[in-house]
Design a protein around this ligand. Sequence first.
Ligand SMILES: [Zn+2]
Length: 501
Amino acid sequence: MTGERFFLLLTKKSPMTNTLYIYNTLSANKEEFKPLNKDLVGMYVCGPTVYSDVHLGNCRTFISFDTIYRYLMYLGYKVRYVRNITDAGHLENDADEGEDKISKKARLEQLEPMEIVQKYTLGFHKVLRAFNNLPPSIEPTATGHIIEQIEITKKILDKGFAYESNGSVYFDVEKYNQTENYGELSGRKIEDLISGTRALDGQSEKKSPLDFALWKKASPYHIMRWPSPWSVGFPGWHLECTAMSTKYLGKQFDIHGGGMDLKFPHHECEIAQGCASTGKKPVKYWMHTNMLTLNGKKMSKSTGNTLLPEELFSGNNKLMDKPYHPMVVRFFMMQAHYRSVLDFSSEALNASEKGFNKLMTAIKDLPQLTKSTQSSIDVQSLVDSFYQSMNDDFNTPILIAKLFEAVKYINHIKDGKATISKNDFDLLSDKITAFTFDVLGLNFIDKTDESILEPLMKIILTLRKQAKKNKDYTTADYIRDKVSEAGITIKDTREGSTWSL
Ligand SMILES: [Zn+2]
């Protein structure tokens, strides 16, 4: 080794020790990540309310935090990742009035509330598995932590930050704001919040419209209910996350995440509940993911501009040209930073699909590369840039750009336009696979099933086409239904029929 090269190695900082910076919503700044307990990270992410199918926007949040979880572990941290299941039901309008969503759905579908919970929890897990998300370390449920929620309510009452009214318990926001800062996370001022809310009508149980329920007395039609010192009722909207994060991660923990729509009031209320019950600010780094749009417009059920993950995978929708594999969708999501708005469109997904295939092909080609005595580029710097991009607030689009520099290099080596040494080859192989599979959570798409089925499906589609031509719709429908039972979707388009698994 030459002196100069040796000196370079000595002065080059090990990428593992490079500092990780996280954008903290609380300070509106990128901050150096210093866990409260060295090498141990506590992370809490607000999970789904399981009364309907998980939508793509939620998937983006969970995929973003899955990547964050993966990268922290890759850096060597021991991470306890807690993500709850909201199965006690949020109320329709901001926690205080009306029927909870799970009860309502149960009434509409004539089911037990826990049947709804089971159905959509299983569906949620199925979708996240398709996206190759790792399960969290603990996935606690709100209904499994009613006692803890009652205990926190008692504590907040004892400290004088809540009051009982007609069997319900409310958090006293203005009292809390005398010593603490309600609105610190979302940047809201309490005076503005007060002037922006409707005045109470005198019938209200609350002292101020800003006060939120810690415990609600159940009305006669409310199905999910538990006994408490105040009434037979149910916990308020925000309390479960405080109860479960405190129980599993302690009074103070490192990272709390969720979609940006949860910043206010949900997370603001979590801070208030935590401070009021323990005297400590619960979270060091607050992280929020941005929203999804579809063809440039806000996703919305009412306008039909909405897409379920399953519809995206099967191609069974009117908004996209064709089906997209969950790994392509995950890769597409990683091509935007988690704090940026991401727009779903066929055009963008098609481009991602090409990019994804290019990356996977290059990785598959690695073992065939010829090793030389020297490398024609600085492989160490390239690999360092993988870390640097992720250390900059988990900047996955920059990481992917760097991975594509590696792809270009690999392709040049294949074509004899570049060279790589044995050591650099080992380094590059190790890191490109680690960052692609372990950190970004991508995987090869298993084509075997499809390639075996391709000739068979061609025959089946021809027979069905013939049946339709003969106006034998019974046979045509029979083929479609039976094939569907086997997990294959036939889609009829103007150009003919297509199939997907
Ligand atoms: Zn929450």
